[in-house]
Ligand binder design. Structure first.
Ligand SMILES: Nc1ncnc2c1ncn2[C@@H]1O[C@H](COP(=O)(O)OP(=O)(O)OP(=O)(O)O)[C@@H](O)[C@H]1O
Ligand SMILES: [Mg+2]
Length: 395
């Protein structure tokens, strides 16, 4: 008898639509690379066919598939089998990739190679925005190209926290005749962060009021479609409290998006955990990790004061089955950095700054490494072009 509570092969396929082949600019399901998906006793067995068996993208695809499928309810293990596309299948896959490139059918201007991390929480005021700008600053300082999308449309705080205030300029794309918005640049050490926020579009809180009729999800969609993001290793999305609409829009428009959940160390996390799990399930956005914020305040004499409780991050991590990436202590410098527009992760050697840098390391090395392009599909396309060219050429 089928198990009604567990995940089905269809759920597996749905969540695999978020795994991209960054060279072919499409997801592995629609590219015909998922041969089969079965679920039995909590084990998902998935067969993936690659363009060439020795494809260098294999490691990235393996990680993405495992990461996403493991987040499905009641899946305890994921077994991956590899296969190679037949000549016919390859031709079909490439044809689809080409047609897509021709029609420019991609739904947004965010490259499929960009890691998209939605910074969310089960309740407000836990430090989503502070963590977002600090992770962005930490990633940029390590030389990654980073974008920040402030999806907290009316409660925006990212511009202040990153010290940007220039108005965004809209231009017209000469090719498509559509408006394009150039993101604002925040300079961070040797790197820079591209920033887009409603706070950079409206003149003041008052004029923000006039925009309120606009649906939130629509605003996010415009930010993804009309902003000239360019290449980015990471796009961090500061989610509004409450989520719902915005979350669904993000998951639909950027299927590769993954969620990081911020929580305080307070233990009453039960309700929060189920809310987070529910958000993730409904949007098919996997939770790849938990970050605890506002951990114990450490006084200069070394005494530790757990003002907001203890253990909440680990408990939430256990409950939703996603790793605890790290814990950021309470430190006045975090708030001060936000007010001054200089994220604490830069330049300070205080405990919060050290914790944030540790989290950035783990993100890059383990949780969501940047996509390594330059693999097999591009070579494949070239080989097919050569072969077709040879057929066309008179002998
Ligand atoms: N680790 C920390 N130490 C000290 N203060 C912090 C820390 N993290 C966040 N804060 C402060 O807590 C307040 C709330 O943080 P923030 O605005 O980042 O939360 P949020 O989850 O984005 O809130 P909202 O749900 O309203 O969007 C801010 O004043 C911020 O400066
Ligand atoms: Mg916020």
């Amino acid at each position: 008898m089928p198990d009604n509570t567990g995940s089905t092969p269809q759920d597996v396929i749905s969540i695999l639509r978020g795994v991209m082949d960054p060279e072919l600019n499409d997801n592995i399901v629609d590219l015909g690379m998922v041969r089969s998906a079965e679920v039995e006793d909590g084990e998902a067995v998935i067969t993936i066919a690659l363009t060439t068996a020795g494809c260098p993208l294999r490691a990235t695809i393996k990680r993405d598939v495992q990461h996403r499928v493991e987040t499905l309810p009641d899946i305890t293990s994921v077994t991956l089998r590899w296969d190679e596309l037949t000549a016919d299948e390859k031709a079909r896959t490439m044809e689809r990739a080409r047609a897509k490139a021709r029609d420019d059918a991609r739904p947004t201007r965010v490259p499929t190679s960009t890691r998209v991390l939605a910074i969310a929480s089960g309740k407000g005021g836990v430090g989503k925005s502070s963590v977002t700008v600090n992770l962005a600053a930490g990633l940029a300082a390590k030389g990654h190209t980073v974008g920040v999308l402030d999806a907290d449309i009316w409660g925006f705080s990212v511009p202040r926290m990153l010290g940007v205030s220039e108005r965004l300029e809209a231009e017209r794309d000469v090719e498509t005749d559509r408006p394009v918005i150039r993101p604002e640049k925040a300079l961070v050490g040797d790197g820079e962060i591209q920033v887009v926020s409603m706070g950079l579009l409206v003149e003041s809180e008052d004029s923000a009021l006039m925009w309120r009729g606009l649906m939130l999800a629509k605003a996010v969609e415009q930010f993804l479609n009309d902003v000239a993001w360019g290449d980015m290793d990471y796009l961090l999305v500061d989610m509004p409290p409450g989520t719902g609409d915005v979350q669904m829009a993000l998951a639909r428009l950027l299927p590769q998006a993954e969620m990081i959940v911020i929580t305080t160390p307070a233990l009453g996390a039960q309700k929060v955990a189920s809310r987070v799990a529910d958000m993730a399930r409904r949007s098919h956005m996997p939770v790849v990790g938990v970050i605890e914020n506002m951990g114990a305040f450490v006084a200069p004499d070394g005494a530790s004061y757990p003002l907001f409780g203890q253990g909440g991050g680990q408990r939430l991590s256990d409950e939703i089955g996603a790793p605890l990436i790290g814990s950021i202590p309470l430190e006045p410098a975090v708030g001060a950095g936000g007010d001054e527009g200089v994220p604490v992760a830069l330049g300070s050697d205080g405990p919060a700054s050290i914790a944030i840098r540790g989290i950035v390391e783990r993100l890059v090395d383990e949780i969501s490494p940047p996509t390594d392009i330059g693999g097999c599909s591009a070579r494949m396309l070239a080989a097919i072009d050569d072969a077709l060219g040879a057929l066309d050429r008179p002998r």
